[in-house]
Write a protein that binds this ligand. Structure first.
Ligand code: NDP
Length: 323
């Protein structure tokens, strides 16, 4: 059984190598964690492909959950045996990971390790997008792309809880059903119809208060055409590829639209912010108010297949590696 999945060079899924990787004792401020579940995220594919630069060789994986096996010098608040989850640092695709204690949070009772791993990165993203980037208001209509995806299913539920009407795009009937189940009010098959026209129709010509667009290249123009005057275009990812260079004058023509390209590191800048977001998420998960769907699980040795399926639009909800 491999102990970790590394890349030594950038490229396609084939550069993911499952093998044995030595891991040392935790240094000052670190936790050594026995990983129970590691999240697979789009950012892993950007790092693997070289769009986001990281030092190589590297063990990929930007989130996970497990049990503390050893505690480094100067760490307070965590002990051996504690159940923890983390996000935002590399090293998750492994049986054991060294994690800065500052990135870890306790996993409450009643929340499984798999659910915890599935809640961290995409949950924090959904939380900051609807609470801090554009704060969704009761009665708003919003547009969300890839509504049956990892971020999509969580963002839908958080926006509905704030009283929004959610218009969501998906590419298959199975995804449409999942999106509706999560609370999407109006599902658009953007593989079949012009979604911007449909959004205008559904909003009586007005457009939406905010578009949450993690698809990027293939949706950006339609997203801009879907925002209401003085609305927000929140471009938070590039699942279909990066958006080409953009003339700001287009924001004027679209109705004095606000465009932002947020990233999660800027929305968990302090320990307080991390605890606020994860605290609300875990409370909602534990109470049953927030449903976390794990759509697929793979062993470490099949990390390449997990990447292929995520990038091939074959997954829904969260994708996990189980070491
Ligand atoms: P998803 O589970 O949403 O998977 C991506 C989905 O995008 C696919 O399932 C597919 O849904 C849709 N899609 C549309 N066009 C394409 C295409 N050409 N190739 C692949 N997928 C396509 O992934 P995540 O929830 O992990 O991430 C969603 C987006 O959010 C990503 O862009 C990611 O980078 C971004 N993100 C940004 C963060 C931030 O802080 N800025 C943090 C976390 C994620 P369908 O088949 O329905 O079209």
């Amino acid at each position: 059984m491999p102990t970790a999945v590394q890349i030594r060079r950038t490229g396609g899924p084939e550069v993911l190598e499952a093998g044995d990787v030595e891991i040392g004792d935790p240094g000052p401020g670190e936790l050594l964690v026995d990983v129970a579940a590691a999240g697979v995220n789009y950012i892993d594919t950007y790092q693997r492909g070289g769009i986001y630069k990281i030092d190589l060789p590297a063990t990929l994986g930007m989130e996970g959950a497990g049990t503390v096996a050893a505690v480094g010098e100067g760490v307070s608040g965590f002990a051996v045996g504690d159940r923890v989850a983390w996000q935002g640092v590399l090293g998750g695709y492994a049986q054991r990971a060294l994690i800065p204690a500052s990135a870890a949070v306790p996993v409450p009772e009643g929340v499984s390790a798999e659910t915890a791993a599935a809640t961290m990165l995409q949950g924090i993203t959904a939380h900051y997008l609807v609470r801090s980037t554009y704060e969704v208001q009761d009665g708003d209509t919003i547009l969300l792309h890839a509504a049956a995806g990892g971020v999509g299913l969580l963002l839908t539920q958080l926006a509905k809880a704030r009283g929004a009407r959610v218009i969501g795009t998906v590419s298959t009937e199975e995804k449409a059903a999942l999106a509706r189940e999560a609370g999407v009010d109006e599902v658009i098959r953007y593989d079949q119809v012009d979604f911007a026209e449909e959004v205008r129709r559904l909003t009586g010509g007005e457009g939406v208060a905010a578009v949450y667009d993690g698809v990027g290249k293939s949706t950006f123009d339609g997203s801009l055409a879907s925002v209401r005057v003085r609305g927000f275009l929140v471009l938070f990812g590039a699942a279909s590829g990066p958006v080409p260079p953009f003339d700001p004058q287009r924001l004027n023509a679209a109705g004095s639209v606000y465009l932002t390209r947020p990233t999660s590191a800027h929305y968990v800048r302090t320990r307080e912010e991390l605890e606020w977001r994860t605290g609300e998420l875990f409370e909602a998960v534990a109470s049953g108010a927030l449903k976390v769907r794990v759509g697929a699980k793979y062993p470490l040795a099949e990390a390449a297949k997990a990447h292929e399926d995520l990038q091939g639009r074959r997954t829904t909800g969260k994708v996990l590696l189980i070491p």
